[in-house]
Design a protein around this ligand. Structure first.
Ligand code: G16
Ligand code: MG
Length: 222
């Protein structure tokens, strides 16, 4: 039986991708990488250092920076990003998700956040929903990021549940692979062709509904 939900943060509970993009764009300009929509999309769900590597590779300059310089670039991006997320309020919860959180909480499901973001705790505070979760995975304590299953396995552990008792919600391909690899039921939110590996699919957060999820064969099978 399903007993808990593990939520991705960026793209599922709030749209911080625009802030990540705004901050990484500055980094890209600094290192001479052309900023494109494809590059921005590829950074979804990817950890900070891996994102930086992708930006450097896109400009063929991944070998031009020392370890220390890369750490510095990532720090600068994060300082700018933190200023941007300071502006978040409960209004910035994505459509339908405050209601969905309240419904599953009220029905007694356990809730966890499985975000690659080290800034997740502060973002949840700003959104006013930090108290709703039984657990927030600390991405700094993980060996591998999404698409590795580790983060969603950890989310189940922190809720004291078996992976088969957990539904994971994600907007990124890397995240869906992570949920599936963990042996949980994956809910993909966004482009259906892109997220074809998701067990259950919604076009947007506004469409996410507990009754639709509960009516899905994947829900009753688990
Ligand atoms: C998010 C974003 C990624 C970001 C990553 C790390 O993941 O989608 O773009 O690079 O977190 O964030 P930070 O630099 O704040 O540690 P998620 O898993 O919430 O979609
Ligand atoms: Mg995401």
């Amino acid at each position: 039986d399903i007993k808990g939900f593990a939520f991705d943060l960026d793209g599922v509970l709030t749209d911080t991708a625009r802030f990540h993009a705004q901050a990484w764009k500055k980094t890209a300009e600094e290192v001479g990488t052309k900023w494109t929509d494809e590059l921005a999309a590829g950074l979804k769900g990817i950890s900070r250092m891996d994102s930086l590597e992708m930006i450097l590779k896109a400009g063929n300059c991944e070998h031009s920076y020392t370890h220390e310089q890369k750490a510095q670039l990532a720090d600068e991006k994060n300082e700018y990003y933190k200023k941007l997320i300071d502006t978040l309020t409960p209004e910035d919860i994505l459509p339908g998700m405050a209601e969905f959180l309240m419904e599953v909480k009220h029905k007694g499901y356990k809730l966890a956040v499985a975000s690659a973001s080290k800034n997740a705790p502060i973002i949840l505070e700003r959104l006013g929903i930090a108290d709703m979760f039984d657990a927030v995975v600390d991405p700094a304590a993980l060996k591998s990021g999404k698409p590795d299953p580790e983060i969603f396995v950890r989310a189940a552990e922190l809720m004291n549940l078996q992976p088969c008792e957990v539904i994971g919600l994600e907007d990124s391909i890397a995240g869906i692979k992570s949920i599936n690899g963990a042996g949980e039921v994956s809910v993909g939110i966004g482009d259906k062709d892109e997220l074809y590996e998701a067990a259950i699919h919604f076009a947007s957060t506004a469409e996410v509904s507990l009754s639709t999820i509960q009516g899905d064969p994947y829900f009753s099978k688990s």
